[in-house]
Write a protein that binds this ligand. Structure first.
Ligand code: FE2
Length: 447
């Protein structure tokens, strides 16, 4: 079984294979949880900027005296924003609190540690603390991961929703730095493929939890509004050394290498990086990892990130949509009113070349909209990719979002549904130089 990448060969020499080597059933991304200093404010800014709506919360009003946590959703995307309460009050509350004000268990994540959350925020600022994966069985995932080098952070624990009786199992291992990979499963979720003999069969009488995020958050009634964001496409990490990080991930999960890019593929004259993309069997979980390269005129932007983050962490999250022109128009309209801003548009020369390269893929009107909205276009041998990135969404030059639309690669999945193959259209290799140049220009604004 081919599992562990041993060296970088670059985009040109890399041959993509899918050995379907997952060590346990992985279905897709489940959520991303950010730690922050104030969940109300940060979640509301993300909601306004992206059109995600708040669907549930846990805080003082639900009897949670340890932390405030708010869940935003759009399509299949779940973002969670969590902030600990006062250190002094948390110390008093750390004695077990059985029930909150409306009968819900007061603390939905029973192993939440306010001191860890506080020091995480102190060190990293607003940053991703957990990447959640929907797996066949969180206990098996934990067992397999820790058996193959994964550092355990939370042994499998069963959560039961007090209102619905729905059950969810979670477990956590280190992903990189202070970020955990959180495995999530519900007992009746059917496995679409059997990988290990010890995967737990559905247990009779257990009802799967079907609400947003974790059990025992209180649902929030909010009008359904969306800017069209549908799913998490990929979550990218920055680390000081690429090979040990991807070997660790590949070993514990069985994920395979989906793509790679070296400095010669992606760098500008001034700065660069190396990158490997890890993927699960169905390639719907795509987890690229970057490392800085050195010896160039400018410091690698990955190194800038690592210094501001005080170590490894999530660099960006790509969110897919079905109509990027609509989504971008709406997001750009919010930019000057507290929404997210985008990296400067590419040059006119970039857009002058698009008709020749993509005239068969996009109409003249669509190409014109790409120029007006600053959307970049690329394709590989499988499909078309439309993409744009925001500037960092917080104070530090760290985490940003990417908005993408993949076109093509439609196929019938195992359930007979027509679905798009993961990673269709690649990762915008043709745009890398421009993207990194634009980030260099952005960095010059604070030098
Ligand atoms: Fe990306």
């Amino acid at each position: 079984m081919k599992i562990v990448p041993q060296k970088l060969v670059g985009h040109k020499n890399f041959v993509r294979e899918n050995p379907k080597s997952d060590r346990f059933v992985v279905k897709g991304f489940h959520h991303v949880e950010f730690y922050c200093g104030d969940a109300l404010n940060v979640s509301h800014r993300f909601a306004w900027a992206t059109g995600m709506r708040e669907t549930s919360q846990s805080n003082l009003t639900t009897g949670n005296h340890l932390y405030s946590s708010r869940v935003l959703q759009s399509g299949d995307i779940t973002f969670v924003f969590t902030a600990p309460y006062s250190k002094q009050l948390c110390a008093k509350e750390l004695a077990p609190v059985e029930q909150g004000q409306d009968g819900l268990p007061a603390v939905p994540h029973p192993h939440f540690n306010p001191e860890n959350a506080r020091s995480f925020f102190d060190k990293h600022g607003v940053a991703v603390a957990a990447v959640g994966l929907l797996v066949g069985d969180a206990a098996t995932a934990y067992e397999e991961s820790t058996k193959h080098g994964g550092i355990g952070m939370l042994k499998p624990v069963r959560l039961v929703d007090a209102t619905t009786g729905g059950v969810m199992d979670i477990s956590e291992v280190v992903l990189y730095g202070d970020v955990v990979l959180r495995y999530v499963s519900t007992p009746e979720m059917p496995s679409d493929e059997k990988i290990t003999d010890d995967e737990q069969p559905p247990q009779e009488g257990l009802k799967p939890f079907q609400g947003p995020f974790l059990p025992n958050y209180r649902p929030v009634e909010a009008p359904i509004c969306t800017l069209g964001l549908t799913r998490i496409d990929h979550v990218v990490g920055n680390v000081p050394e690429l090979l040990p990080a991807v070997q660790y991930i590949a070993n514990m999960t069985g994920f395979h290498e989906f793509a790679e890019f070296i400095a010669a593929d992606v760098g500008t004259v001034d700065s660069g990086l190396n990158n490997m993309v890890m993927a699960n069997n169905n390639e719907m979980v795509l987890m690229p990892v970057n490392e800085p390269t050195f010896g160039t005129k400018r410091r690698s932007q990955i190194q800038t990130y690592l210094e501001h983050n005080e170590g490894p962490g999530v660099q960006h999250i790509a969110l897919a949509c079905d109509d990027i022109f609509h989504t971008l128009k709406e997001m750009r309209a919010r930019s000057s009113m507290g929404g997210f801003e985008f990296m400067p548009r590419a040059s006119d020369a970039y857009y002058q070349c698009l008709p020749e390269k993509f005239g068969e893929d996009l109409t003249p009107e669509q190409l014109q909209q790409c120029k007006e909205l600053g959307i970049l276009v690329d394709k590989d041998d499988q499909g078309l990719l439309l993409q744009i990135v925001t500037t960092p969404v917080g104070d530090r030059p760290m985490i940003f979002l990417e908005i993408i639309q993949r076109v093509g690669c439609m196929e019938v999945d195992q359930d007979g549904k027509v679905a798009q193959r993961g990673g269709c259209g690649g990762f915008g290799k043709g745009n890398f130089t421009y993207l990194f140049k634009s980030i260099e220009e952005f960095e010059k604004t604070f030098e």
